[in-house]
Design a protein around this ligand. Structure first.
Ligand SMILES: Cc1ncc(COP(=O)(O)OP(=O)(O)O)c(N)n1
Ligand SMILES: Cc1ncsc1CCOP(=O)(O)O
Length: 534
């Protein structure tokens, strides 16, 4: 009978990475005590005799702690020590031959990097796949394309309907494990069974602590499971809070209260066209903007901000956007991504892809053309930063599916704004026509959404004693709704003021009205409809 393995924290050994003076076997045992659940002995340069000795002694340690041992590449060594399994690469022994050589209850794992390899692995009956490389690594010279968590999720689609387990590998550390796990979930909720790690544990002087951090993160992620088949996004615990229109209005007002109570620091990396008006809009809403763009300060800022806006309208500071987002994920701060004009150039599309593979957004906001480009859909075209044409034939379905794919809340701006967390879709129909006549009104919505996300995050941080396995604290779906409503409702007040004669006088009036807005006004004036997607 095949053993059932817990793949949560899969250690792959690497003796060359041990810190000076650290004994290999001591390090292995400490890692196991820290929470490693599977060990793979990987020896790329040891001769057979040395590999055998190491494998034997490693097995004794693993056995003492009830942890299964897997041998990399070498079926003869696995047979010689009676290992629990072998791990093979694409150019190693074919699975069928390995299977015929090994006892029937031996676990066989295979490295995969493409959907075709995943499909073949499942067909060949492997027990698990090592999916990677997720990110870059110095541990091995990897030549296959980096997948990022979104790429890993695409690989996992090939495992749906099978019981083949999966671990992700390459570049995984305690600092990015939560992002890796959350980002690597299919639209139907298939998640990784664990993460495979080398350097972050083996290279540590305290492997027990290093392993503990990762093991705890995996445990927390697995414990915070939404009901089966409802694992849509990482940012909206809708299953805890079913929505009705009245409830949404009430809660959107409460989110605004959080902004005003906590006055969060909202870090904005935005474009040169709107920097000033975005900062003023943030202040008007009761929060505090910081428009910092030096990579060197991202680590410090990540510890103090309530939320981050990444708007790449004039697409500079890409390194800073990458660094800020990593820090935001690390500190579990929400990230609002506004991929302005992403459909306009190949450079922008590649930049958006790099950003979304490096960190996990909480909310992505865009017009129809931008979101179509992000989803590789040709249904809506853009011209520069504007969307052209009539929009999506079924906007609600489109954004629901995009929210599931990107594992975040999606805001689609337009005459009617749509917000979805991958489960519920709402249509928001507030707004004044002057909004379309000023530059950066969409960017202001992004700023407002980021401000509301920061508000709910700060509020949840202060409320919740126990940490959960979500990547951000607070309900980002409600925050996104609140953020859109703030700008669109304020625009309705501004647009009808006697001193507003056109778009020139409208902009300062809009800032005035944002400043006068109260949570109760948001509740009273919100035009929300829950749209059902069949
Ligand atoms: C869990 C896990 N996943 C992938 C690999 C890489 O294996 P492979 O492609 O065979 O490369 P080498 O490890 O042999 O260099 C792995 N070892 N473990
Ligand atoms: C063995 C292996 N196979 C693909 S990447 C890798 C090494 C991953 O090491 P690290 O966890 O240090 O990035």
């Amino acid at each position: 009978m095949k053993p059932t393995l817990d793949y949560s924290l899969y250690l792959v050994t690497g003796r060359d990475l041990l810190p000076p003076g650290k004994d290999y076997f001591e390090s292995l045992e400490e890692s196991i005590l820290g929470g490693v659940t599977v060990v793979q002995i990987r020896e790329k340069s040891a001769d057979t005799g040395e590999f055998l000795t190491i494998a034997r002694q490693s097995k004794a340690i693993c056995q003492k702690h009830g942890v299964p041992i897997i041998i990399n590449d070498r079926i003869d060594i696995a047979l010689a020590i009676g290992a629990d399994g072998v791990h093979l690469g694409q150019t190693d022994m074919p699975i069928s031959i390995a299977r015929s050589l090994l006892p029937a209850d031996t676990i066989i794992g295979l490295s995969v990097n493409t959907p075709e390899q995943v499909r073949k692995a499942a067909e060949d009956g492997v027990d698990y796949v090592g999916v990677g490389p997720v990110w870059g690594t110095k541990t091995k010279n990897v030549t296959s394309p980096l997948l990022g968590p979104r790429g890993v999720a695409k690989m996992l689609e090939g495992l749906e309907g099978t019981d083949v387990k999966s671990v992700a590998i390459a570049g995984i550390k305690s600092t990015n494990t939560l992002h890796c796990l959350h980002g690597s979930v299919t639209k139907n909720g298939r998640a990784l069974d664990g993460v495979a790690v080398v350097s972050d544990i083996v290279g540590s002087t305290n492997p027990r602590a290093a392993a503990r951090k990762i093991a705890d993160t995996v445990k927390m992620f697995k414990a915070y499971e939404p009901p089966a088949a409802h694992k849509y996004t990482v940012t909206s615990p809708w299953w805890e809070n079913p929505h009705t229109v009245d409830m949404l209005k009430e809660l959107a007002g409460s989110v605004f209260e959080s902004v005003q109570i906590f006055s969060p620091l909202v870090h904005q990396i935005t474009n040169t066209v709107v920097t000033n008006q975005s900062a003023n809009a943030t202040i008007a809403l009761g929060a505090s903007p910081i428009m910092a763009t030096s990579t060197e300060e991202m680590e410090d800022l990540g510890k103090v901000i309530g939320g981050l806006l990444v708007n790449f309208g004039t697409i500079k500071d890409l390194d800073c956007m990458l660094a800020a987002g990593k820090q935001a994920n690390l500190n579990r701060n929400p990230i609002v991504f506004d991929p302005v004009g992403v459909g306009a150039t190949a450079y922008r599309r590649a930049a958006a892809d790099e950003l979304l593979s490096t960190w996990q957004a909480s909310v992505i906001k865009g017009n129809a053309g931008e979101l179509a480009a992000l989803a590789n859909s040709t249904e809506v075209k853009s011209r520069g930063v504007d969307s052209v044409g009539a929009g999506f034939s079924d906007p609600a379905r489109f954004i629901r599916d995009l929210a599931r794919a990107e594992r975040c809340v999606i805001v689609l701006t337009g005459k009617i704004d749509y917000v979805s967390d991958g489960h519920t879709v709402v249509a928001l129909s507030n707004g004044h026509p002057y909004l379309a006549g000023i530059t950066g009104s969409g960017c202001m919505v992004g700023t407002s959404v980021a401000t509301f996300c920061a508000g709910v995050s700060m509020s949840a941080k202060s409320n919740s004693g126990a940490e959960n396995g979500r990547l951000t604290r607070g309900d980002m779906f409600l925050a996104a709704i609140g953020g859109v409503l703030a700008v669109t409702i304020a625009s309705e007040f501004a647009g009808v003021r006697a001193d507003v004669k056109g778009t020139g006088t409208f902009l300062p009036a809009l800032i005035d009205e944002l400043g006068k807005l109260a949570p109760e006004t948001l509740r009273d004036h919100a035009k929300i409809e829950i749209v059902h997607v069949s």
